[in-house]
Design a protein around this ligand. Structure first.
Ligand SMILES: [Zn+2]
Length: 281
């Protein structure tokens, strides 16, 4: 076969890109580093508890569940701990997904970068100046003699919201081991429920194949069961606390009757046993 004829089949097969050969794909399609996005929603420039790092960037489109998850988590932090600076949100995805500058993933609307909440060394919350690297002591050197402290309290509440949200369905929170240790120690000290700490420990991960993420969280949302059917590909484990199947509606008598009456093979007749007029004979 000539190579020119082969190419469209190969691309359709590898990446799950929407084509006439696979017309039902929708939402987050493919894996995070080789996929596309349909039906995206844009994160507004600002809202309760959050603000975009790049107000004019075209790369703030995501799976609607991710956009709702960011808004809910940021709003929850602002409500639980008022008086802080808003969550600074980095890149999500392009409107139709695919490669965007500076990222290997972020192609299917399931990835977002969230900058850390920060304080002064004495603990007063201040707006994050951007991507600043925190050491295992929770301090970042910004300029000569100017230090910032990781706002462990707010970052923990953010993590807690993301790992306990049933609707958001987060898969990974990529962050450095140093940041994870500070957050988990804090959660234990303040007596958070063990199952919440366990989830956070499980989902917080220092990636082995990219930067250690000591200057932001990279949050990856899981594929929902419906999305998997429509072309979303996992790229990681499916935690037991996420919904594995969409809830099935209970079938009542009316629904059963409708199914029976539409059944071309006479299910109704098969199941309704009329009394025999003549007995056993
Ligand atoms: Zn990222």
């Amino acid at each position: 076969m000539r190579p020119a004829l082969l190419l469209p089949l190969v691309t359709a097969g590898c990446f799950g890109v929407p084509t006439p050969l696979a017309p039902s794909v929708d939402g987050s399609v493919g894996v995070p580093h080789a996929g596309v996005l349909r039906g995206a929603e844009e994160l507004p420039v600002r809202g309760p508890g959050f603000v975009r790092l790049r107000p004019k960037s075209p790369n703030y489109w995501g799976n609607p569940r991710l956009v709702a998850g960011i808004r809910a988590a940021a709003g929850a932090v602002a409500e639980a701990l008022p008086g802080g600076a808003p969550l600074l949100v980095g890149d999500i995805s392009a409107r139709r997904g695919g490669k965007i500058p500076g990222h290997r993933s972020h192609r299917t609307g399931r990835d977002v970068d969230l900058l850390f909440y920060v304080t002064t060394p004495s603990g007063a919350p201040v707006p994050s100046p951007g991507f600043v690297k925190f050491g295992t002591d929770g301090l970042a050197s910004v300029k000569d003699e100017l230090f910032l402290r990781l706002d462990v309290e707010r970052n923990w509440v953010l993590v807690r919201e993301l790992v306990t949200s049933r609707s958001a369905q987060v898969q990974w929170l990529f962050a450095s081991r140093g940041v994870e240790a500070l957050l988990i120690d804090y959660a234990r000290a303040r007596g958070e429920p063990p199952h919440v700490i366990w989830r956070a420990e499980t989902m917080l991960l220092e990636p082995g194949d990219s930067s250690p993420h000591d200057d932001h969280f990279h949050v990856r949302f899981a594929c929902s069961a419906d999305e998997e059917v429509a072309g979303c590909e996992g790229g990681g484990p499916r935690w037991e606390w996420l919904d594995s199947h969409p809830p099935l509606p209970e079938l009542d008598a009316r629904a059963l009757g409708e199914i029976a009456s539409e059944d071309p093979f006479g299910l109704e007749a098969a199941f309704s046993v009329a009394p025999s007029p003549g007995g056993d004979g």
